[in-house]
Design a binder for this molecule. Sequence first.
Ligand SMILES: Nc1ncnc2c1ncn2[C@@H]1O[C@H](COP(=O)(O)OP(=O)(O)OP(=O)(O)O)[C@@H](O)[C@H]1O
Ligand SMILES: [Mg+2]
Length: 251
Amino acid sequence: MTAQGIFITGTDTGVGKTFVSAALLSVLRSHGVDAVPMKPIQTGATRRNGRWCSPDLDFCLVRAGLQPNPLEYARMAPYCFAKACSPHLAAAVAGKPAVDGRRIGFRRISACLRALQERHAMVIVEGAGGVCVPIQGRQTMLDLMVALDLPVVVVARLGLGTINHTLLTLHALRCSQVRVLGVVFNATAPGRSGDIERDNIKTIARLGTVRVLGRLPFFPDVATRSTDRFHRAAAACLPSAATWLKWLQSP
Ligand SMILES: Nc1ncnc2c1ncn2[C@@H]1O[C@H](COP(=O)(O)OP(=O)(O)OP(=O)(O)O)[C@@H](O)[C@H]1O
Ligand SMILES: [Mg+2]
């Protein structure tokens, strides 16, 4: 059976998980797949009209042209914290362990995911930071990935330093028997890519025994780019929806 979701993790914070999530949503939705985003734990959240908002979720929703109702939005972003830092600290600083006074509960996140899966064909779930980011107590993002049991895409920077971070991330995922779909390389800064970037990709594919899913260049006008142009750019850099669905079906 097709997995009804993909978990997007990264080698670090700011590597482009949101950007890649939005691009993947765009590829799937323009193929007619009813895919929606989810950001289970958002730090650096903002308040709008008395509600918590997730900037990462909003970026994906705008790019996908989606306007969920408040209940569905709350399922897509069940835990929001104001402080922009690791979830364990953001939750502690919030005074209460979570916005509604409950601890960050994996069961609640799973229930929100299931509710979204019942209503949509596919959920693209974005983690916070990387695999070892603490959530609370001894729980990390990796534990959340195991609990949600979704195949994982790793977003990695294109430049110098990425080999070590990416191979360590793959190692951690595999030690926990998480299914890795592959790596998307993302250029988070302007600059021409040369032999180092090309070699990074080849070396990670070889030493990590991993599929390279795509390579996104730096888009200087990302904030102002129209949805149409974003769709076209995403389609040019990522595999087709049919290919993603085939990978998801295969064991
Ligand atoms: N290919 C790209 N071209 C241009 N800008 C990019 C690209 N990828 C990411 N960015 C920009 O870099 C910043 C970080 O990217 P993004 O928010 O996707 O990272 P992230 O991994 O989701 O971070 P977080 O850990 O905070 O969720 C954002 O301002 C984003 O718009
Ligand atoms: Mg993000």
